[in-house]
Design a protein. Structure first.
Length: 89
């Protein structure tokens, strides 16, 4: 999760170009709330994440970065629950 104090077009364009340099970043979401962006990053190990992190923060100015790691995937689905949205009709 990333927090930035930069909310201008020039910073956003640079952020987009930096993100595109890293194949480890498989998903980027702009957020509403306490954090500005959520990145999904996949690496082989904690040490490879650390190497990624050091390269990433050298290329773009950020206020705060918070990382958390999945210990176990309990459930994953790409199916949209459309039946639940319209009351099961």
């Amino acid at each position: 999760m990333i927090r930035t104090s930069q909310h201008n077009t020039a910073w956003l364009e640079k952020f987009n170009s930096v993100v595109s340099l890293f194949p480890e970043i498989v998903e980027v979401n702009r957020l509403a709330g306490e954090y500005d962006y959520l990145l999904k990053v996949i690496t082989k190990s904690n040490s490879s994440y650390d190497a990624f992190y050091k390269k990433f923060i050298n290329l773009i100015e950020l206020n705060d970065v918070t990382s958390c790691f999945s210990m176990e995937q309990i459930k994953r689905s790409t199916r949209l629950p459309l039946d639940a949205v319209d009351g099961g009709r």
